[in-house]
Design a protein around this ligand. Structure first.
Ligand code: ZN
Length: 272
């Protein structure tokens, strides 16, 4: 099923394909971070039909070890899936933290939000046995309180902002250009590095406004690839095609967000 929003994203793919002759000659490195938010939001068969597709696709494309999964500790439907984290860890992918904090009243104090984030972080670290270095806010909710709460959570990066968009959550309009002043990777006031996302498909337009270093960061949910409980063949084919095209661009290197974080720190400290 093609919604207006889907058509908008298809348009992005056409631009990508149309720009192919030039992309092929692009000389600077472009770091491409494919990320997946692991929540179902009540979509039927989101994990059953969407997750195996993604796992298969990433291994067919040789992308094991280069994917960042944002794990939502409170997503009950994930429990029905046979241990997705074990498979992600076997691949040496990155598992980062995804918290849905939209049920908290806006006025709630930073300390409480911080405690909530740290509790989920410890839960996730206990499951994986590995330190978590990244965070993404659920519903793209990114209030000053949440950013402040991340301070002191021992994280290295955030990936909750969108690429050059305004977004309204609970009546509050957030203008990401006002947060960032630009559309690419930037340090937040809380000391974390921000990797803004393009959702749901990777979009090289992201690199047009800033850089180097150049980064493309996307966000896909397993349910984006499912429609009415069934695999959405068109979208699945589309996502596969985008990755296929991106892999044909010699400048592109796929990497997890924590590696991207390191790359950004190294390259920007060398420039200054
Ligand atoms: Zn989410």
């Amino acid at each position: 099923m093609l919604t207006r929003r889907t058509i908008h994203h298809l348009d992005g793919a056409l631009q990508l394909a149309a720009g192919w002759p030039r992309w092929r000659k692009f000389e600077r490195k472009i770091y491409c971070c494919l990320t997946v938010d692991l929540d179902a939001h009540g979509h039927r068969n989101a994990f059953k039909k969407g997750l195996p597709f993604l796992l298969d696709l990433f291994s067919q494309k040789g992308l094991e070890g280069a994917i960042t999964w944002f794990y939502n500790c409170r997503e009950k439907e994930l429990g029905a899936w046979p241990d997705p984290l074990a498979e992600m860890q076997r691949r040496k992918d990155e598992v980062a933290l995804h918290c849905h904090l939209e049920d908290l009243p806006d006025a709630r104090c930073v300390k409480d939000i911080s405690a909530e984030i740290q509790r989920d972080k410890i839960d996730l670290e206990n499951i994986t046995g590995q330190a978590v270095s990244g965070f993404r806010s659920g519903q793209l909710l990114r209030t000053p309180q949440i950013f402040a709460a991340l301070n002191g959570c021992s994280l290295r990066y955030d990936s909750s902002c969108t690429f050059g968009r305004t977004f309204t959550v609970k009546g509050t309009t957030m203008d990401d250009r006002k947060i960032s002043g630009n559309d690419s990777v930037f340090p937040l006031d809380n000391g974390l590095l921000e990797f803004p996302i393009w959702e749901p498909f990777p979009q090289p337009r992201q690199i047009a406004l800033t850089g180097p270093p150049y980064f493309i960061t996307n966000l896909v949910h397993p349910f984006n690839l499912v429609c009415n409980g069934q695999a959405n063949q068109i979208i699945q084919h589309y996502y596969r095609t985008i990755i296929h095209i991106l892999q044909k661009i010699p400048a592109i290197e796929f990497t997890t967000l924590s590696s991207a974080c390191q790359i950004w720190n190294q390259q920007t400290s060398r420039q200054s």
